[in-house]
Design a protein around this ligand. Structure first.
Ligand code: NAD
Ligand code: UDP
Length: 339
């Protein structure tokens, strides 16, 4: 394997690797999951380089990390080639909310395909391990239920979700081609609906929408009849799984489903959020978005076996923590004191 670079080879200003600590690159590190991952890696003594273009991530998410000497922020786009020394790469850069990825579908495809290609080249030149956060959306609107990793999926390649689904599928293709061609130590995790504190209140996903609507007394918007199902995984469980997966031997490549198999109807999620928040909001039914999957639930047998991992946070416990976080987001900004 190449030994890596002795000096920074671009304008990032990242100093050469000293190998005193594991150096982790987290792309999309200013996003919802990325922020938790950066925090967890720093807590484990890693040096963390967070790369983000802030298209959906927020500076406020990582403001508390900026003073940590082990933390470096690179404001750039993953579609640009990158030459830095790293030991491991977590690729999270990609909008994940349907409202976000549909806003600029061409950029979404580029982010998954060109971004992953750039990171594979970086992994190839440095010998770094690469973990890709792929998605349950690679199964599309699944006919097989629950979904196991060997199910090839049921994706509309020309619909409005395709920029995300097919972008992530192509990224997986590239990763396994690099594995076959160059023997890279790669890992593909397929994440199923993650939620928790740190989600952006306006990102349009179901948990953030329901929480913000319930807390502000607005009607809770149910798309379609609410009979469609999802399986929600609390963010701390996901972070444990991602870090455990990265630590597995090189022959453990996945794909690996990561999620909480507790499946529920969207309508039941709405009722649970209303009950836990004590809200008197009503329900407002809206049209179901095109190609919205009818049912989704991960089979996590493989993750249990390979990682010794299982989700530990139940939905009510996770939703309580999430609602407490969103309640803080709803509070009006303090009025500055008069001088
Ligand atoms: P998020 O939108 O909060 O975070 C994505 C981050 O990537 C943001 O900070 C954004 O600014 C950054 N980004 C987007 N395009 C970029 C680009 N071209 N260059 C650099 N940075 C870019 O989403 P999230 O929920 O934290 O998801 C993180 C990753 O996990 C995504 O790759 C997503 O596909 C995957 N995933 C998430 C879920 C989930 O339920 N949250 C489920 C499946 C997969
Ligand atoms: N959804 C809903 N109301 C909302 C937002 C989403 O009923 O305000 C539904 C959406 O149609 C989907 C499910 O909730 O069936 C999960 O949506 P989300 O965007 O969170 O994730 P994804 O569809 O990518 O799983």
């Amino acid at each position: 394997m190449p030994t890596g670079f002795e000096t920074p080879t671009d304008s990032t200003g990242i100093r050469p690797l000293k190998h005193t600590a594991t150096r982790s690159l987290v792309t999309g590190g200013a996003g919802f999951i990325g922020t938790h991952l950066c925090e967890a890696l720093l807590a484990r003594g890693h040096e963390v380089i967070c790369l983000d273009n802030f298209s959906t991530g927020r500076e406020s998410n990582i403001a508390h990390l900026r003073g940590d000497p082990a933390f470096t922020l690179l404001c750039r786009d993953v579609t640009q080639a990158l030459q830095i020394e790293v030991d491991e790469i977590y690729n999270l850069a990609c909008p994940a909310s349907p409202a976000h990825y549909a806003r600029d579908p061409v950029q979404t495809v580029k982010t998954s395909v060109l971004g992953t290609l750039n990171l594979l080249e970086l992994a190839r030149s440095t010998g770094a391990r690469l973990l890709q956060t792929s998605t349950s959306e690679v199964y599309g609107d699944p006919i097989m239920h629950p979904q196991t990793e060997d199910y090839w999926g049921h994706v509309n390649p020309i619909g409005p979700r395709a920029c995300y689904d097919e972008g992530k599928r192509c990224a997986e293709t590239l990763i396994f081609d690099f594995r076959r061609l160059y023997g890279l130590p790669v890992k593909v995790a397929r994440l199923f609906n993650v939620y928790g504190p740190g989600m952006s209140p306006g990102d349009g996903r179901v948990v953030s929408n329901f929480a913000m609507q319930a807390l502000s007394g607005e009607p809770v918007t149910i798309y379609g009849d609410g009979q469609q199902t999802r399986s929600f995984c609390f963010v701390s469980d996901m972070i444990r799984a991602l870090i455990a997966f990265m630590a597995t031997p090189p022959e453990v490549t996945g794909p690996l489903n990561l999620g909480n198999p507790a499946e529920m109807r969207v309508l039941d999620l709405a009722e649970t959020v209303l009950r836990l928040s004590g809200s008197r909001s009503g329900l407002a039914f809206r049209p179901l978005p095109c190609d919205d999957p009818v049912q989704r639930r991960p089979d996590i047998t493989r993750a249990r076996r390979l990682l010794g991992w299982a989700p530990a946070v139940g939905l009510e416990e996770g939703l309580r923590a999430t609602l407490a976080y969103f309640a803080g987001q709803c509070e009006p900004a303090p009025i500055p004191a008069l001088r």
